[in-house]
Each structure stands twice: as structure tokens, then as C-alpha cells.
Design a protein around this ligand. Structure first.
Ligand SMILES: [Zn+2]
Length: 139
């Protein structure tokens, strides 16, 4: 007889006929009790549930009545139409056409020539303006 008790895995293998009983499990009362408890649980789990035909017929009638009754939920056809409309709206919002050539700024000819002359006659670059501000006299 071995000194160690059987593990749960070994007892389960014995329960399902995958292992034969060794010397320890033949003589150990603790392992035999554990194996008997496992056998009881197995037989309870394998037992079919207590469902009478009247209970099942009542369940079926309630289910059919619920299916026949119109509910608040819209039909599948309405749901598919709504989903399609939402997809089209999302596509329009995502891929909306962008104007190719934006409207040019309306500038009169006189204003345009004045801007050009100002830019040409000004010999200093615009970057020099902050430097002038540094050397301006403080009042
Ligand atoms: Zn044992």
C-alpha cells in the first residue's frame, strides 16, 4: 500500500474507467469515500431534468403567444431600411464633395497695384521690422 492518497485526477480517471484501482485505493477509506462522492455527483449530473410534458407545453404556448403579439421593437424590414439610410448619410457626410476652386478674393485693380508698388518700393525685408522696434526711442 502506498503512503500517499489518490489525487482528484486519479480518482476521476478511476471513475471513468481509465485507471484501475491500486493497492492504496483498495484499502483506504478516505479515498473510497471521495470516489463514492464523485460517483454520486456524476449520477446526479447525468440524470435528465424533471420536466413534465404539461410544463413544456405551457412554455411553448407562452413563447408562441409572445411571438404573435406585436411589440414595441420595429420590424426587421424597418431596421434594415434605417440601417441603410444611416450608412448612406454617413457616406455623404464623410465623402461630401469639396469645391475644387475656391472663390478668389475680390480685389480691385487699384488695390492690387498699390500692394505691388508698396512691396517693390520697400527695400527692407519685413523681418527687419521687429529690429526697428528694438532701437526705437522710449518715451
Ligand atoms: Zn487514500
Amino acid at each position: 500500500m502506498t503512503a500517499r492518497h489518490s489525487t482528484d485526477d486519479e480518482l476521476i480517471e478511476r471513475l471513468y474507467g481509465l485507471r484501475t484501482a491500486d493497492d492504496h485505493s483498495k484499502h483506504c477509506a478516505g479515498c473510497a469515500a471521495r470516489l463514492a462522492a464523485m460517483a454520486r455527483r456524476k449520477s446526479l449530473a447525468a440524470r435528465p431534468p424533471d420536466l413534465s410534458p404539461a410544463f413544456l407545453a405551457g412554455q411553448r404556448a407562452a413563447l408562441e403567444a409572445r411571438i404573435a403579439r406585436p411589440g414595441w421593437f420595429p420590424s426587421w424590414r424597418a431596421m434594415s431600411l434605417l440601417t441603410g439610410a444611416t450608412a448612406v448619410l454617413a457616406a455623404i457626410l464623410i465623402f461630401r464633395p469639396v469645391p475644387r476652386n475656391p472663390q478668389p478674393r475680390q480685389v480691385s485693380d487699384a488695390q492690387l497695384f498699390a500692394d505691388i508698388y508698396t512691396a517693390v518700393q520697400d527695400v527692407e525685408p519685413r523681418a527687419a521690422e521687429p529690429i526697428h522696434a528694438l532701437f526705437a526711442e522710449q518715451k
